[in-house]
Ligand binder design. Structure first.
Ligand code: SF4
Ligand code: SF4
Length: 74
């Protein structure tokens, strides 16, 4: 990772532009671009890494390879 937060990985070469990922995103972190009709992270810090976008993609173009765990100890 080059940033300090996790984002799903989207392979735009596999994307058909269906918009399912953007429609499923509960945080509106992901939206379709008007010009290219491809998903883009418009609010990346809003992403909770819930993996909904990965689950709905019919082209298997989105991957969330990280496992988020919370440290509940002090
Ligand atoms: S992982 Fe969840 S919050 Fe993040 S872009 Fe995908 S659907 Fe939205
Ligand atoms: S759900 Fe998959 S195929 Fe559809 S727009 Fe999103 S990345 Fe592209």
């Amino acid at each position: 990772m080059v940033n300090d937060f996790a984002l799903p990985i989207i392979d735009l070469t596999l994307c058909s532009g269906c918009g399912a990922c953007a429609a499923a995103c509960p945080e509106h972190a992901l939206m379709m671009t008007v010009d290219s009709q491809q998903p883009a992270f418009v609010e990346p810090y809003a992403c909770t890494y819930c993996t909904e976008c990965e689950a709905v993609c019919p082209e298997n173009a989105i991957h969330c390879p990280l496992t988020i765990t919370w440290n509940t100890e002090d």
